[in-house]
Design a binder for this molecule. Sequence first.
Ligand code: ZN
Length: 360
Amino acid sequence: MIKFMLFIDGTWLYSNTSRLVEASGEPGFVLDFGKLPRVLAEEVGRRLGHDEWTVVRTHLFGSYAANVDPKDLEPVERRLNFFAMLRQQHHYEVEAFPIEYRGKRLRRTDRDPNDSFEPKEKCVDIALATSVLFNAAMSNAYDVAIAVLGDQDFKPVLQNVRRLGKRVAIASINGACSGEYSDPADRARVRDVELLWLEDLLPRLARRYDPHWLDCQSPTHKGERKVETTYYPKRGEKFYCPACREEFARQREAGTAAGGNGGNGGNGGNGGEAQKHAPIDTSLMGVVRHKRLDKSYGFIMVDGCGEYDGAEYFFHESDIADGTRFTELAEGTVVDFHVKAEPPAGKAPPARDVRRRVTV
Ligand SMILES: [Zn+2]
């Protein structure tokens, strides 16, 4: 059994996705990050003549803009949500570093032409290099490093990994790859396997709407929550299984006269009345909404807690539990928390001890 570890230069990969889209010939092409580690491992395994392999870990190094002009918060949120998705759904080890924007616009074309501000990405290359070498120096961490990158700066790192007795495979993109990596003779001695072009693997890396398993999020769901579906909920959208959706439709048809609430004693919430708030210290679960990166706060909508569902709680960065980071709590993230205090007049009550819910 050989052990692979993946190291992805995320910044490089995003800035070159357009090349992949072009090469795929499908304008709607989307790279499936869930498949990437396995497809690369299969390919490297095949070339090395091993059919028994395992991917020990996938590291992705990237960056995000910090302190941008509030007009540009949306793309920043999207990037952070993407990182959260990689962590939560695909178990990537993501290391993301902030790029300081000092309140300025994200695109140069939106900034004052006389403004000499130059955003600088820090640490990303070094973090990748350190991680590849650190794990190479650890006994048994991996046998083969699969590096997904193209910048020639990594050349000495890859050479040193090989000097430490580990093998290196490189996956890259045509037009965004240092000639020293793609050199068929490998005069720079950076790899042990012929270079893998991501372009050649696109049919296997495309995101398809294949059947997959999801947890039904309806609080009244009966039986096993995992349901097979071809549906992909959007960020922040709840997934209800077909049985629960049918049940809701039936209840709606049966008329609101019946109370509409299936008799769980709660307040319907659509009659305009205030949501019921739980007493101080109650442990609740909910979904992060309306997060404001620039102000370090957000709201949680209670979900899956019966009579308290639909109520909103306020949280500040300082209300987050140790081990969870503010940037991890993208909108749509399911969290556990406790009620911190009574609500200030007319406002959402505060939450404390907010932590990302770990789903097994
Ligand atoms: Zn259900």
